[in-house]
Write a protein that binds this ligand. Structure first.
Ligand SMILES: Nc1ncnc2c1ncn2[C@@H]1O[C@H](COP(=O)(O)OP(=O)(O)OP(=O)(O)O)[C@@H](O)[C@H]1O
Length: 269
């Protein structure tokens, strides 16, 4: 459903994303994990058609990401989403329904469905300017789903959410994936990636260091034990011997020889 082929994005002399290839299938929940400045948001913006790759191809549902056909399939929730302060949550949802040209009756049913799913009935008729961060996020997620997207793209979805709101959002990702939506999320929260993702991609300095299920990443990196956090920190933290070993390679994922080299470098820390 989402396909990146050899994608590079530069800003002047800065390479934000380098030769990135990956796919996210329908029904798959893919978590992009990386430290600050790794290239996650840049990648997500290319998938949403908001940035053009310097090199390579990004396809959504087989369409180039910057086309109307691709956009119709996508729901995008950015890390700092926008709501109109002077509209109520319900008015905002109606506005989005109209923007997508959804039949008003179908739209009204959908809004009621989403108000129930996101438990918004207590506050959805108050002005958005009075909402807490968690309340705003629920309206934003609801607005992203009014057109029944096939691809859900979310940048840092759980930042600042309390446990109840985080649970609602996590359940949403799982139910969307189960119903066949391709979900791509970026996160710093390793526990979230570990809990939710079918596939994890670890990115640092614009390069994909490892990709797969947690078990596959362990195999690729020849590290059998420990939580994802340990793997992640070893790959991207400190003096970065692991990342350095990998960056010596031209491939975007690990070969067996690289895995052994990287594991030795971790062992020597
Ligand atoms: N418009 C831009 N102009 C110049 N450099 C940029 C631009 N956008 C991103 N960058 C740089 O590209 C790199 C990757 O940034 P990006 O925002 O994609 O990282 P990220 O993984 O999302 O980080 P964070 O977790 O901090 O949000 C960073 O070094 C950033 O400074």
């Amino acid at each position: 459903m989402i396909e990146l082929r050899g994608v590079t994005k530069t800003f002047g002399a800065k390479t934000a994303v380098q030769n990135l290839s990956l796919t996210v299938e329908a029904g798959e929940l893919f978590a992009f994990l990386g430290p600050n400045g790794a290239g996650k948001t840049t990648t997500i913006k290319m998938v949403c058609g908001l940035l053009k790759p310097t090199q390579g191809t990004v396809l959504v549902g087989g369409h180039p990401a910057d086309t109307a056909e691709a956009r119709r399939l996508i729901a995008y929730v950015p890390d700092s989403p926008f709501l109109y302060d002077k509209l109520t949550g319900r008015e905002f949802l109606k506005f989005v329904v109209e923007m997508y040209g959804i039949d008003p009756r179908r739209g009204a049913e959908k809004i009621e469905e989403l108000i129930a799913i996101f438990e918004m009935s207590d506050y959805v008729d108050n002005l958005c300017e009075n909402y807490s961060h968690g309340m705003k996020q629920r309206v934003v997620f609801a607005s992203a789903l009014v057109h029944d997207p096939k691809v859900l793209i979310v940048d840092e979805p759980l930042v600042g959410l309390d446990p109840r709101n985080a649970r609602i959002v996590k359940d949403l990702f799982l139910s969307q994936a189960r119903s066949g939506v391709a979900v791509l999320m970026s996160t710093h929260l390793l526990s979230i990636a570990e809990e939710l993702a079918d596939t994890i991609g670890i990115i640092d300095q614009g390069r994909l260091l490892a990709k797969g299920t947690l078990a596959e990443i362990r195999r690729q990196t020849a590290i059998e034990h420990g939580a994802l956090e340990d793997l992640f920190l070893r790959m991207t933290g400190g003096d970065r011997p692991f990342a350095r070993a990998l960056r010596g390679s031209t491939s975007s994922a690990l070969t067996e020889a690289e895995a052994v080299e990287a594991a030795e470098s971790v062992g020597s820390q």
